[in-house]
Design a protein around this ligand. Structure first.
Ligand code: UTP
Length: 242
């Protein structure tokens, strides 16, 4: 017998998700030591958040990507070739997270923004790595947040927030609790001018956050529970909002 779903019975079956979240996880915090327990802990936090929200996760390359890029450079690979290798490694890390998420996740790392949007339609967590040379996964997460009109972008990284300068090189650097996207761009540009210093977000990501005013929270990604805390507004990272 053919079963016809009315509009109401359909929406009863499909739980309406409250918000669209884009979560960027640095490869250095997710997979630097390839510890399955760490990746499993991340999957648990993401799964919890995904019960109520539509979740897109962008995974970075971390130490493995850097090692491969270093070897490729020594072998004569140009910048674009090295970037492609970095992108490949982000996708390998994305696959690890998909393994841990199981049926909760779309089964493949998606490779475009439009594919990400379509993959989320069935309610699964969408996981992806990098996309094109010349940027990092910070930029991918900001553009994706813009494309899917996310309510919030969470950047889970290896520092506990945005500082007034690079805390690794400047002992006077102070953590900022709340800042505007304009202030973020100023700080990122200033840090980026100093060769070898670590910027909390790449300059392209900062500019995208600025042009769209995407509400962004930078949290210490070494503890996956900080994603849940960020969502509850209880984080101790940096809120970027105008
Ligand atoms: P990441 O986004 O992981 O860079 O991309 P990262 O700054 O090293 O971040 P962590 O350590 O994971 O937190 C790794 C490399 O992959 C290439 C770049 O070479 C980048 O440095 N990549 C990544 C791209 O070229 N395009 C992308 O869209 C993403």
């Amino acid at each position: 017998m053919n079963k016809t779903f009315t509009k109401s019975s359909y929406s009863e079956k499909r739980k309406v998700k409250e918000m669209k979240l884009v979560i960027s996880i640095g490869g250095s915090v997710l997979a630097s030591d390839l510890d399955p327990n760490k990746i499993r802990d991340y999957a648990k936090s993401i799964e919890q958040v995904a019960k109520d929200h539509t979740v897109y996760v962008i995974v970075g390359g971390g130490k493995t990507a850097r090692n491969y890029i270093k070897t490729a450079r020594e072998l004569g690979g140009n910048h674009v070739v090295c970037d492609f290798i970095g992108i490949d490694m982000t996708r390998v890390n994305a696959r690890l997270l998909i393994c841990a998420l199981g049926s909760c996740a779309y089964p493949e790392p998606v490779t475009s923004y439009t594919e990400a949007g379509k993959a989320a339609l069935n309610g699964q967590v969408v996981v992806m790595g990098g996309l094109i040379p010349g940027q990092t996964t910070d930029a991918v997460s900001a553009v994706l947040a813009e494309f899917v009109e996310a309510d919030l972008l969470i950047n889970a990284t290896s520092v506990d927030g945005v500082y007034t300068a690079d805390p690794n090189t400047d002992t006077d650097a102070k953590k900022i609790d709340t800042m505007t996207p304009d202030e973020l761009v100023d700080i990122v540009m200033k840090i980026d001018m100093v060769a070898g210093s670590n910027s909390p977000l790449d300059p392209l990501a900062a500019k995208i956050i600025q042009r769209s005013g995407i509400k962004t929270i930078v949290v210490d990604g070494r503890n996956p529970n900080n994603i849940i805390e960020a969502l509850a507004g209880k984080h101790s990272g940096t809120l970027i909002y105008s």
